[in-house]
Design a protein around this ligand. Structure first.
Ligand SMILES: [Zn+2]
Ligand SMILES: [Zn+2]
Length: 154
């Protein structure tokens, strides 16, 4: 009886251990809770060799009012007040002198075209995303430049 319950406990513990992909996407989700634009909360983390290198969420210029204080800055149906999570994660790495060449990025929503370009030029090789967000062009470009686009949807 006792032995059986020990085995069962062990099984449940094993079940709780998440994959690396889930682990880093969970962190990206947590990072997104710092976002200051209520139109969309996005989080990004940059990873190499299972090590977290940098984080970013969408927010306005450092020191200036955020969307949730000053309202969104709308142009053509988009809020342009913020720089995006992926861009901010790349900037955080640059600011701290962290090499991200050959790394992977986890984003809660797939990159916009501009962020995709930054990701490609910074040497990031794999993009994991939770939700596909609008821009189909990135699929074609990713193929062309050899970046892996991996959906972790669902
Ligand atoms: Zn906004
Ligand atoms: Zn973007």
């Amino acid at each position: 009886m006792q032995l059986r319950s020990t085995v069962k406990e062990k099984k449940e513990m094993t079940k709780e251990r998440v994959s690396w992909e889930t682990y880093f996407m969970n962190i990206a989700k947590e990072v997104s809770t710092r976002s200051t634009c209520d139109r969309k909360h996005v989080g990004a983390v940059i990873v190499r060799d299972k090590t977290l290198l940098s984080t970013g969420y969408n927010g306005s210029i450092k020191g200036l009012p955020h969307c949730n204080e000053a309202g969104c800055e709308m142009v053509d149906g988009h809020c342009i007040r913020t720089s995006h999570a992926e861009a901010n994660a790349i900037v955080q790495a640059a600011k701290n002198g962290v090499k991200i060449d050959g790394s992977e990025i986890y984003v809660t929503a797939s990159p916009c075209y501009n962020c995709f370009k930054l990701i490609a030029n910074s040497g990031i090789k794999i993009i994991f995303y939770k939700e596909f967000y609008r821009d189909q062009r990135i699929k074609e470009r990713a193929k062309e430049v050899g970046i892996k686009l991996v959906s972790l949807e669902g």
